[in-house]
Design a protein around this ligand. Structure first.
Ligand SMILES: [Zn+2]
Length: 64
């Protein structure tokens, strides 16, 4: 069909979104339907492996 806009599925909210003019130059890199989802991307990705090794303060472990 001529004139049909391409679409993608947002991995964050799972919805399909259509091409927009503001993405004209960057459509290949667009993965999220909105800025909001792009920010929520971390939440979605981190869900399973949310282990940030931050509890260990560096500098205190040097003991010979
Ligand atoms: Zn989305």
């Amino acid at each position: 069909m001529p004139g049909e806009l391409p679409s993608k599925t947002c991995p964050v909210c799972g919805r399909e979104f259509n091409w927009r003019r503001k993405w004209a130059k960057d459509w290949e890199n667009v993965r999220y339907c909105s800025e909001r989802c792009r920010r929520n991307r971390r939440l979605a990705e981190t869900e399973g492996a949310a282990e940030t090794p931050r509890a260990v303060p560096s500098g205190r472990k040097r003991r010979r």
